[in-house]
Write a protein that binds this ligand. Structure first.
Ligand SMILES: Nc1ncnc2c1ncn2[C@@H]1O[C@H](COP(=O)(O)OP(=O)(O)OP(=O)(O)O)[C@@H](O)[C@H]1O
Length: 447
C-alpha cells in the first residue's frame, strides 16, 4: 500500500519508514500537518497514519482535510495524549483506528493488514458494481411511448406503499428493471434489494438460499448461512420466476409472508423480518393454479398489485431509443438513434423481438463489437438476425427454390435462438408442429 505517515518525532519517522518498507509498503513521511495535506493534494494514498499532537496544523485538522481530499483512503490516528475531543473528531471522520503511544510495531502491522483487506473489499465491490452497470445499465427505464408511461405511472403509485407487487411480462421484457424501479422509489430505497431466480436453483438449495441454515443442518452445511430474507431485512426481496417455485417451497413462502417470521434450516427458533416482496413471472399463474401447479392462496397473497410490462413488439416506438441506450453501455461515443444507419434501423424495427429487450441488448452488443466506427450498419447485426444477411446468403448460394429459402430462414431462426424451436416458430409466425414438419421433411429429402 501507499502510506502517508505524518509525525513530528524524527526517531519514529525513520523507524516507521524502514519497518513499513520492509513489509512491502511505500511510505511518504511528513513532519507536520501542512506538508501532509500538500502530499495528499499531490498524490493518492491508501492509508494515512497521523499523529494528533504536531506543531502547526494538528492531526485532527489533517484528518478532516484528508476525508475531503481523499475520501477513499483510510486513516489511522496515533497519539501520545488521548483526549475526548480528539477521539470525537476521529469518530466523526470515520477513522479506521485510534491507537495510543507507545504502540508496538506488531499492532501497526496488523492494523495495516486490516486496512488492506477493507480496501480490497471495497475495490472488489466497486469493480462488481461497474460490471453490473455494464450488463444491467444504470437502472433507467427507457421507453418514450404510452405503454412505458403507463408502467411508470403504476410504479409511482405502488412504490411508496408496502404492498406485494407482481410483475408480469414475457422473458427479457424488463421485469427485474421494473422491480428495481419500485424499490428505488420506495421508502426502503436506502436498504438492500436482493434478487433470486426461483427457477435457477434445485429444490433442496432454494430453502437454504431464502431462509438460511445453521451449521450442520444438512450434509455439506459446513458453515451457518444467512438467508436472503435476512439479508433483505428492512429492504426488498425480488422473487423472479416465482412460477418455478416447487409446491413445498410455495407453502413455506406463504407462511413467511403471512407471519413475517423466518426460520433457518436446522434451527427451531424463528426470527421476525421486515421485507417487502416483489415477484415476477412470465407464466400464466391462474392456469397453473387450475392445474394444481401453483397454490391459489399464495397467488392471492402475492398478487396484491400487478404491473404488466408489455412485450417489445407491442411498443415498437421504444426499439430505437432502447437500442441507442443499450449501445451506450458499450460505446460512449453514441449520442442517439443516429448511431444506426437507416438500413440497420429498418432491420431492427422489422424484427419481432421474441426475446424482448434482452435480445435487443445482445444484438446491440454484437454490433458494437463488430463496428469500428459508428454508425452501426445492417452488416454489423448478427448474421442470423439480419434480413439483408439472409438475402445475401440466398443470393450468394445461387439459384434456390422457395422451399430451400424457407428452410434457410428456419435454420437461421433456430440458430438465433440457441436451438429453442418454440421461440423460433413464434418469431417466424408458424406453429412448432409446422416448424418440426418442415425440418423433418428436409432431413428426409437429404437422406
Ligand atoms: N425499459 C428498459 N430500459 C432500459 N433497459 C431495459 C429496459 N427493459 C429491459 N432492459 C434491459 O434488458 C435486459 C433484460 O431486462 P430484465 O432482466 O429486467 O428482464 P426480465 O423481464 O426480468 O427477464 P427474465 O424474464 O429473463 O427474468 C437488462 O439488461 C435490462 O437492463
Amino acid at each position: 500500500m501507499h502510506v502517508l505517515y505524518a509525525d513530528d518525532e524524527t526517531t519514529l519517522q525513520t523507524l516507521m519508514k524502514n519497518q513499513l518498507e520492509k513489509l512491502g509498503h511505500s511510505v511518504v513521511v511528513c513532519p507536520d500537518g501542512e506538508t501532509a495535506v500538500a502530499a495528499l493534494e499531490r498524490e493518492p494514498f491508501d492509508c494515512l497514519i497521523v499523529d494528533l499532537d504536531m506543531p502547526g496544523m494538528k492531526g485532527a485538522e489533517v484528518i478532516q482535510r484528508a476525508t475531503k481530499i481523499r475520501p477513499d483512503m483510510e486513516s489511522v490516528v496515533i497519539t501520545g495524549k488521548p483526549d475526548l475531543q480528539s477521539a470525537l473528531t476521529a469518530i466523526e471522520n470515520h477513522v479506521f483506528a485510534f491507537v495510543t503511544k507507545p504502540c508496538s510495531f506488531k499492532q501497526i502491522k496488523s492494523l495495516l493488514s486490516e486496512v488492506y483487506h477493507r480496501l480490497s473489499r471495497s475495490r472488489r465491490l466497486a469493480a462488481l458494481e461497474h460490471r453490473v452497470r455494464q450488463t444491467d445499465g444504470d437502472g433507467q427505464l427507457v421507453g418514450e411511448g404510452e405503454a412505458m408511461d403507463r408502467v411508470r405511472r403504476v410504479i409511482e403509485k405502488v412504490a411508496p406503499t408496502d404492498s406485494t407487487v407482481m410483475i408480469r411480462g414475457e422473458t427479457g421484457c424488463g421485469k427485474e428493471l421494473v422491480a428495481r424501479a419500485v424499490h428505488a422509489a420506495s421508502l426502503r430505497a436506502s436498504e438492500p434489494m436482493v434478487s433470486i431466480n426461483c427457477g435457477a436453483l434445485p429444490e433442496n438449495l432454494i430453502e437454504s438460499e431464502l431462509f438460511g441454515h445453521v451449521k450442520g443442518a444438512f450434509t455439506g452445511a459446513d458453515n451457518a448461512r444467512v438467508g436472503l430474507f435476512e439479508v433483505a431485512d428492512g429492504g426488498t426481496i425480488f422473487l423472479d420466476e416465482i412460477g418455478e417455485l416447487p409446491l413445498t417451497m410455495q407453502a413455506k413462502l406463504l407462511r413467511v409472508l403471512e407471519t413475517g417470521d423466518i426460520r433457518r434450516l436446522g434451527n427451531n427458533q424463528s426470527k421476525r423480518v421486515d421485507v417487502r416482496v416483489i415477484c415476477a413471472t412470465h407464466r400464466d399463474l391462474e392456469k397453473m393454479v387450475q392445474e394444481d401447479q401453483f397454490r391459489e392462496d399464495l397467488m392471492f397473497r402475492i398478487n396484491t398489485f400487478e404491473v404488466h410490462v408489455p412485450a417489445l413488439r407491442e411498443r415498437p416506438e421504444d426499439i430505437m431509443p432502447l437500442a441507442a441506450h443499450l449501445l451506450r453501455r458499450h460505446r460512449s461515443d453514441c449520442d442517439g438513434a443516429d448511431c444506426f444507419t437507416d438500413e440497420a434501423k429498418s432491420e431492427l424495427l422489422a424484427h419481432k423481438w421474441p426475446g424482448n429487450v434482452r435480445e435487443l441488448a445482445n444484438v446491440v452488443e454484437h454490433a458494437a463489437i463488430l463496428c469500428d466506427k459508428l454508425p452501426i450498419d445492417a452488416e454489423h447485426l448478427p448474421r442470423h438476425f439480419s434480413r439483408r444477411q439472409l438475402r445475401s446468403e440466398i443470393r450468394d448460394s445461387g439459384p434456390m427454390t422457395i422451399r430451400e429459402m424457407e428452410l434457410l430462414a428456419i435454420e437461421r431462426a433456430v440458430e438465433r435462438h440457441g436451438g429453442d424451436k418454440k421461440t423460433a416458430a413464434e418469431e417466424l409466425g408458424i406453429s412448432v408442429k409446422t416448424l418440426y414438419n418442415k425440418l423433418n421433411s428436409a432431413e428426409e429429402k437429404a437422406a
